[in-house]
Ligand binder design. Structure first.
Ligand code: DX5
Ligand code: ZN
Length: 219
């Protein structure tokens, strides 16, 4: 099993007054996906953007839009985000735990790829009934809600556990990812790395993205 390594810069750390230019900047630097953080002010104490903005992002990029929903009642919104142009929709287990099965169904009905997300304090065992039904699992390495937090290394055990169970889909990590922590994520078995502050805050997005892949800096 050799899943390609994907680097997904998080637009949360970009200049929101110039989203199209920021997307182009990281595409030129070698980004594979755009990671779009949707926060509703309820599931997390922060608020970002929703379907109308995602529909605009869709118009200015052909890269996959990896939409991370940090919202309550995610299933009720699945269709709206799919219609806006998301390629991959991930929702939090914690927000859907009353009916994970039904929520998965609602997301799968949209035709998008579907991901389940776990916050750092949610044990990986909760995924046992569901891991074989999803395209992607996102293991948060910080608590969802804000960029610029410190990587929590204990969550790497969840990534190893999922690979031990035989999960062969995309395993994504998000939060506090930089050159050093990316190496730990890759070694544990993750193949999708989200990075906001590290990529957008770097003087060279290209160098930052290369380093997340574990490659030497470009000339
Ligand atoms: C946090 C978001 C992340 C965030 C990561 O809730 O899900 O995608 O942008 O930011 P950094 O890379 O700065 O930790
Ligand atoms: Zn995210």
């Amino acid at each position: 099993m050799a899943l390609p390594l994907r680097v997904a810069p998080s637009l949360l750390a970009s200049d929101f007054t110039r989203l199209a230019e920021e997307m182009q900047r990281v595409e030129d630097a070698g980004a594979d996906w755009h990671h779009v953080d949707v926060m509703d002010g309820h599931f997390v104490p922060n608020l970002t953007l929703g379907p109308p903005v995602i529909a605009k992002l869709r118009q200015v990029s052909t890269l996959p839009l990896d939409v991370h929903l940090m919202i309550e009642q995610p299933a009720a919104w699945a269709k709206r985000y799919a219609e806006a142009g998301a390629d991959l929709l991930s929702f939090h287990y914690e927000a859907a735990q009353d009916d994970v099965e039904g929520s998965l169904q609602a997301f799968q009905n949209t035709g998008c790829k579907v991901g389940l997300v776990l916050n750092p304090d949610t044990p990986v065992e909760v995924l046992k009934p569901f891991w074989s039904q999803v395209d992607l699992i996102l293991i948060m390495s910080v608590f969802a809600g804000f960029g610029g937090q410190k990587f929590i290394p204990e969550v790497l055990d969840k990534v190893r556990q999922l690979r031990d169970w035989g999960f062969e889909g995309d395993l994504e990590m998000d939060g506090g990812i930089n050159e050093e922590t990316a190496q730990l994520c890759r070694q544990a078995g993750a193949n999708v790395l989200v990075a906001g502050t590290y990529v957008f805050g770097s003087p060279s997005a290209k160098k930052a993205i290369q380093s997340l892949r574990g490659l030497p800096a470009p000339a």
